[in-house]
Design a protein around this ligand. Sequence first.
Ligand code: AMP
Ligand code: MN
Ligand code: MN
Ligand code: MN
Length: 292
Amino acid sequence: MGSPRSVDASTNADLHCHSRVSDGTLTPEELAQRAKANGVELWALTDHDEVAGQQRAMEAALAQGMAYLTGVEISVSFAGRVVHIVGLGFDHHNAALIQGLRETRGGREARAREMAAGLAQVGIKDAYEGALQFVGNPELISRTHFARFLVEAGHCQDVNEVFRRFLTEGKPGYVEHRWARLSDALRWIRQAGGEAVIAHPARYAFSPTEEYALITEFMAHGGRGIEVVTGSHSAAEAIKYADTALEFDLFASRGSDFHSPEESRTDLGRLDGLSGRLKPVWQALADRIHWA
Ligand code: AMP
Ligand code: MN
Ligand code: MN
Ligand code: MN
């Protein structure tokens, strides 16, 4: 018996999570297994700025009997802030997408060395070397890897405390960085045949005016989706962004943003369903789903 080749609003879709290819702690295969065990029917791995895990994730998903959409989470600089754009259902061999992501990753090494210099000034030594021990992909050293090192070295109790004390704006390990342009991220995703989704919109602390600018500029560049139910939103935030999706006629997405069994509050597939008022983004992507 094969899996049904259709999706609907009640499909357990988890379209946002991370593997060791970026800042998660599990391999794509371990994630696929965990997603399946948690009841996920349609899955996407969305590593930061990198598609190198896509082939493995797709093969593992199909072997587990789950349907699969390709995924990526692109770091974008917009209005002086960092915004994350999730791409779904693209051709992961697309040369322009791969090159754009390579450029987006390019500054991470120098940024990490600067972060370590900032941390050294407050007495935390060898943080670059320490963070590297946690890195699965040498092109993708992230703040998360520094956070894991600082916890292991006993500077903080958990990664949240590290971010609060050391890795957010104004703190000693924070370094300003220029990520991709919104227009470029949208072009890479769309020219590779995918759809773009604004990730965890409640996380940006934008004013209503700034948020309106983000959504309208995103849509002007062909963006059609927004995350509503995510491990990064409270229940109240999910309601707020359901209204936003309806107001702007955007497709709604759902994803845990799972990084690690030890660190993530929301496990793969263990999220509320989308409100029946919404159009699930996986219905817009039905013809790009890889079926088991
Ligand atoms: P980077 O791309 O290097 O700036 O790292 C960003 C990543 O750090 C995000 O994708 C999250 O995984 C993680 N992160 C950001 N803020 C926090 C926080 N307050 N607590 C825990 N993890 C966080
Ligand atoms: Mn992350
Ligand atoms: Mn994100
Ligand atoms: Mn994420």
